[in-house]
Ligand binder design. Structure first.
Ligand SMILES: *Cc1c(COP(=O)(O)O)cnc(C)c1O
Length: 364
């Protein structure tokens, strides 16, 4: 599913040079490398501010806390996401509420979100799952009409766009993760908050650093969630490769869309006309999922499941509030989804092999 060892020697050399530069500088936390990366990531997101933080989960928590969302407040999100999305809401002290997905995209359903709204709803955490950014005008209108903050979980949507706007530019703020397997990954943990709200940006920058306003002054209770210089320097190098790597993901997806001829699978909806899908994952659905995964494995193809357990089936979330009509589409998706290899180091011969393996499956 990922093959970091196959990355070009040139990229490795550039990363080593960046690491040497940081070691020689003698400055390892919140310094010039973080500032430079923040500036470049903000530009890449077409937004005025990016704040480097410890990881993607903290980025979500910091946005919520920066918006004064906490105890007693409800935040609606999807059961079909990484556990970190829900955990960040819990860690902010707020109450997660789970709405169902649209089966054609596996993204949050607006009809279900509307059923989950209460006077205590303060935000919707919209996850751009698999790298898809869709229907953002409709979400913006709903947020305005119902008076909630639209917060974007961009952990899977680096450089994804809709109508020319990058993920993170539609709501009040976007949370990025730079976990190694993400489309832009560090060699360790990292994350960023992006926003056009300067006051929120300043607040997040304080909260990530003990709530410190100036040295030794702590006007509010913050946390320790800082991006370090080493990871920032590595991310600046890897950012130079991101556009090309995203194009490769899109090429792979195009070939899957054109060449997968397998009646036992269903593709998710194609990206909207003005969208650029980041294809963090290429996910298909099958009623014969487990047999198909076994068939692929026998053919030397790895397939993973994103995600096999919806949030409300997690032991810690069994009582979590949810759509009064239930979450049937999420449950079905969890049973049927599988992710085919889709990463920049996948070469054409490997891609041919995956396509042939999927197409040769016979459901019984
Ligand atoms: C990876 C991921 C996160 C969490 O990011 P970390 O950096 O691992 O904390 C949050 N949401 C989604 C959708 C993710 O895929």
């Amino acid at each position: 599913m990922n093959d970091f060892k196959a990355e070009p020697a040139e990229l490795q050399t550039e990363m080593l040079a960046a690491v040497q530069r940081v070691i020689a500088s003698g400055w390892y936390v919140l310094g010039p490398e973080v500032q430079a990366f923040e500036q470049r990531w903000a530009e890449d997101c077409q937004l005025p501010r990016a704040i480097g933080v410890g990881n993607g989960m903290d980025a979500i928590e910091l946005i919520l806390r920066g918006l004064n969302i906490g105890p007693g407040d409800e935040v609606i999100t999807t059961p079909m996401t990484a556990f970190a999305s829900v955990l960040a809401i819990l860690r902010a002290g707020a109450v997660p509420v789970l709405a169902d997905i649209d089966p054609d995209t596996a993204l949050l359903s607006r009809a279900s979100v509307e059923r989950c709204l209460t006077p205590r709803t303060r935000a919707v955490l919209l996850v751009h799952l698999y790298g898809q950014v869709r229907d953002m005008a409709e979400w913006q209108i709903l947020a305005r009409d119902k008076g909630f903050a639209l917060v974007e979980d961009c952990a899977q949507s680096h450089r994804a766009t809709l109508g020319g706007v990058r993920a993170g530019g539609f709501g009040v703020a976007g949370a990025y993760s730079f976990y190694p397997t993400k489309n832009l990954g560090a060699l360790g943990d990292g994350g960023a908050v992006v926003t056009r709200d300067m006051a929120l940006a300043d607040r997040v920058a304080r909260l990530r650093n003990y709530g410190q306003s100036e040295r030794y002054h702590h006007p509010e209770i913050g946390m320790n969630s800082r991006l370090d210089e080493m990871q920032a320097a590595i991310l600046s190098v890897r950012l130079n490769w991101l556009a090309g790597y995203t194009e490769r993901r899109q090429q792979i997806a195009q070939r899957y869309r054109a060449e997968l001829k397998q009646p036992a699978i269903r593709l998710l909806a194609a990206p909207q006309e003005t969208a650029a899908h980041a294809y963090h994952l290429f996910v298909v659905c099958s009623a014969h999922r487990d047999a198909l995964v076994a068939h692929l494995k026998a053919a030397g193809v790895q397939a993973l499941l994103h995600y096999p357990v919806p949030m409300h089936h997690q032991q810690t979330c069994l009582d979590m509030r949810r759509d009064p009509l239930g979450l049937p589409a999420s449950e079905q998706h969890a049973l049927q989804c599988l992710s085919l290899p889709c990463h920049p180091q996948l070469d054409d011969a490997q891609l041919d092999q995956v396509i042939a393996a999927v197409n040769s499956f016979r459901a019984i």
